[in-house]
Design a protein around this ligand. Structure first.
Ligand SMILES: [Zn+2]
Length: 80
């Protein structure tokens, strides 16, 4: 299934207009707001919705956070 794996291949990642934009291997593009990305963190501190233990609240995230692209597979979002 080479076609399906291309769907998940990141061809390019850029920061455009404050959003992370991903170009996928199948030609699609996706844009993500940094606030949404930050809220998706599932580290030990932020928790995961799988066990319903979340240490992060959407309203605790500063609305003006910005993503930083270190390379196409490493996006850093600074947040207190
Ligand atoms: Zn986290």
């Amino acid at each position: 299934m080479a076609e399906q794996s291309a769907m998940y291949e990141i061809v390019n990642a850029t920061i455009e207009g404050g959003q992370l934009t991903i170009a996928w291997g199948d030609g699609h593009h996706s844009s993500y707001y940094p606030l949404w990305l930050r809220h998706q963190c599932e580290c030990n501190l932020c928790g995961t919705p799988i066990d319903a233990v979340r240490g992060i609240r959407l309203l605790d995230i500063p609305p003006n956070i910005e993503p930083e692209l270190r390379d196409r597979n490493d996006v850093w979002i600074e947040s207190p």
